[in-house]
Design a binder for this molecule. Sequence first.
Ligand code: UTP
Length: 413
Amino acid sequence: MENKLDKVKRILAQYKQLHLLDFVGALTIEEIENLLNQFESIDFEKMRSLYQGSVSNGKEKLSNHRDISPIHCDVLNNYNELKQKKFLEIGESVLGMGKIAVVTMAGGQGTRLGHKGPKGTFNIGYPINKTLFQLQNERLKSLSEKYKRWIPWYIMTSGEAHEDTIKYFECNNYFGYEKREVFFFQQGALPMLSFDGKILLKEKNEIYFGPDGNGSVFHSLKRSGALEDMTNKGIEWVFFTGIDNALVKMADPIFVGYAINSDVNAASKSVPKKHPEERAGVFCLKESKPSIVEYSEIPEELIRMSNANGQLLFGDVNILVHLFRISELHKIAEEGLPYHTVVKNAACIDRNGKKVEVSSYKYESFIFDAFKVLDRVAILQVVREMEFAPIKNKVGEDSPETAVRQLIQLERI
Ligand code: UTP
């Protein structure tokens, strides 16, 4: 009968991935076993078709452009005080009834920031001296105190960051949050590929897996039992955010009230684009459905198009703050989302067994693709300086320094 190694060799030969066994001769029996086990989770056919998609991406993009048109966004500050108060009251009553849960998507690799460990454990620095998890925790805690009930908090992690994240919360006694209301769940992962379609090795006995994008959140919520947990708790609306916006208004009651008042199934926040060339995804209609077009995908002529008032037609930036009716989450988890090709740096093992940094293809699904499955989506434009301070890079734009400066300006120290 064919042994495990021979079976793997046969499959790798079929998919032109035999290089993954280049170092088997230098590995212990245990390490070989470990490597062979990792192949079991790889769908090679799927990887081949994803790679083919990356190679023919250019052609797809051109045809997609014809389907992009501007989308209507409501502007928070265009609502008068009375209306904003109404949104607040609706949101507060729903929070008070315990019908809101929060999901933090903290499973990204944080390659650009280069922090060792989960991105949420990054300390944003002097004079704030708090980690990204702490900032979110404090805001949720103060809402919980105000509405006299703990807001269930679901934290998505990936790979080895999962255990590290739990340890971090344990060691810090959940920063005073009610432990029973914090639920950690893990997202999926896919192998990363070289530009010529070869699966990368992170170590001689370890495949290079990368988290499969924040769109993984729907399926992962369902698979982990978190969605069921929310349903059992009587949750009606779920607030989603990334981990790296130092100014995020957690479970913002005004936003919740706005969504309910608009009678939609999902809502998103946007901020105005700083300038046409800002490298950010913007809201649009794609094939008549709400969507987001990435900076790299939007055609030149659309970037600068503006209306009679000089406002950019594609000028509402996605800040990864979304709200979904819980009933819709089941639907999206069933449907599944498409994968996008993302180019990222990866420190991998080359053919000579040396660690090298290469550009690679990574496959991610994006949370906003869920809008295609929904009927009614509303977008609320908020003030950038008040709500958006992303930490993406070590230095320069969107860095800890810029975020801390914004927090200081708002006296949020
Ligand atoms: P980014 O797209 O900015 O990626 O994630 P990143 O992985 O954090 O950083 P880089 O690109 O490697 O430097 C936006 C948000 O989505 C989350 C991230 O944690 C961040 O909050 N995310 C991203 C996930 O939860 N899972 C993923 O697979 C990707």
